[in-house]
Design a protein around this ligand. Structure first.
Ligand code: PLP
Length: 389
């Protein structure tokens, strides 16, 4: 979260004064869903309680379940892969490319007869190679869900992330570009998926007049309903999005242009530089040792980390999946479901390309609200330190 203040307080106060917190019969949720869809450029938005809920809801909306495998990058928060298991499907790990996002070349190799969906993740504001992934999905008749939890408002080819595939999932938790503490949303322009998302989000939605007449057959949903306080905050946060991105992108550009890196280190441009949210920049070194030195040198100014060190964001640490643990009940286990028997997995195999890139890359954080002069002064000191490397 980059900004929170008086306007959000006012929005929360208004909700409390109205005394109506429920998503149905309220003001904020209905309005936010319309505004969010308009802003993202989709026909529909369905708010939920978290990014994980948005992923699960979207997968259910698209009908993903036992018998399906879903391709996920090996570098993402563990929730992306867990969402797949939550609907009874099997996650298949895909290598990441130099931009730390799903490598379309490896994705093509991982497609099996049972593959139903690509789940690319736009990590730290960086758009995936959506042109190649979209082509791949089309060629093999696969669905695509974009995990935009870390890239709210970013774009590829002028289209907002989350609107290029069939569905997009956002997170509004504390650490995301916009936040209401905990929250999320699914976006889509597919009416069937939108209606099914509402059924998955709220099993009781059929009894609420607001949801109107559904064309799709009802199924048993759960409860990932948001509330008016969260969506009241999000309506204010959403209005700040473009300003936040403009600020971050300007500073990111200045830093990328002004950094004087040693010859064995380089900026890795994303697949759509203009669409990058501006949250981070990637610097790759020739060797792991140099990447460690680089991170130690730039860390005091820009923070950040080498992705290989980001714990539960790296497939090696997804123990419950790697150990094929299954669900909360012995018979609710995607790994032992008869329909999943033919899906080949090898969670122990090392993803060499990804580990190499993740070890030699530094993911640096772009400071927010740093004006041109302040960034220039920072760059001067940082470049002096880099010159000694
Ligand atoms: C890439 C990614 N996907 C999914 C999630 C899950 O979002 P949430 O914490 O809102 O459930 C996160 C959150 O950290 C994330 O970074």
């Amino acid at each position: 979260m980059y900004e929170i203040g008086a306007k959000e307080v006012k929005a929360v106060k208004a909700v409390i004064e109205r005394g109506s917190f429920f998503r149905y019969g309220g003001v904020e949720t209905k309005a936010f869903e319309k505004e969010w869809a308009d802003m993202m450029g989709t026909r529909f938005a369905c708010t939920v309680t978290s990014g994980t809920a948005a992923l699960i809801t979207s997968l259910k909306a698209m009908g993903i379940g036992p018998g399906d495998s879903v391709l996920v990058p090996c570098y993402t928060f563990v929730s992306t892969a867990l969402a797949v298991t939550a609907v009874g499907a099997i996650p298949i790990y895909v290598e990441v490319d130099e931009t730390m996002s799903m490598d379309p070349v490896d994705a093509a190799k991982k497609i099996q007869r049972h593959t139903a969906c690509l789940l690319p993740v736009h990590m730290m504001g960086t758009p995936c190679n959506m042109r190649a992934l979209k082509r791949l999905a089309k060629k093999h008749g696969l669905l695509m869900l974009e995990d935009c939890c870390q890239a709210i408002g970013g774009s590829f080819g002028g289209k907002r992330l989350g609107t290029i595939g069939d569905m997009g999932a956002h997170s509004f938790n504390q650490f995301k570009i916009l936040s209401c503490g905990e929250g999320g949303a699914c976006v889509t322009s597919n009416k069937t998926f939108a209606q099914r998302a509402f059924m998955a989000m709220d099993g009781s939605c059929s009894v609420w007049p607001e949801t109107g007449k559904m064309d799709e057959a009802f199924f048993c949903g759960g409860n990932f309903r948001t509330n008016e306080i969260a969506t009241g905050i999000m309506r204010v946060q959403a209005k700040k999005l473009d300003g936040i991105l403009r600020d971050l992108r300007r500073t990111r550009k200045q830093i990328q242009r002004g950094l004087k890196l040693p010859d064995d280190c380089r900026v890795i441009e994303s697949h759509d530089e203009d669409g990058n949210c501006g949250v981070s920049t990637l610097i790759q070194a020739d060797t792991v040792k140099r990447a460690e030195e680089l991170q130690a040198t730039v860390g005091p100014w820009l923070g950040g980390w080498r992705p290989i060190n980001s714990g539960r964001h790296v497939y090696k640490h997804w123990d419950v999946i790697n150990d094929r643990v299954g669900g909360h009940h012995k018979d609710w286990d995607c790994f032992r479901h008869p329909k999943n028997k033919k899906i080949k997995t090898n969670y122990r195999r090392k993803l060499k390309q990804s580990e190499d890139f993740m070890s030699r890359t530094c993911m640096l954080l772009i400071p927010y609200k740093s004006n041109r002069d302040k960034t220039a002064r920072m760059l001067k000191k940082l470049n002096a330190a880099l010159a000694k490397m």
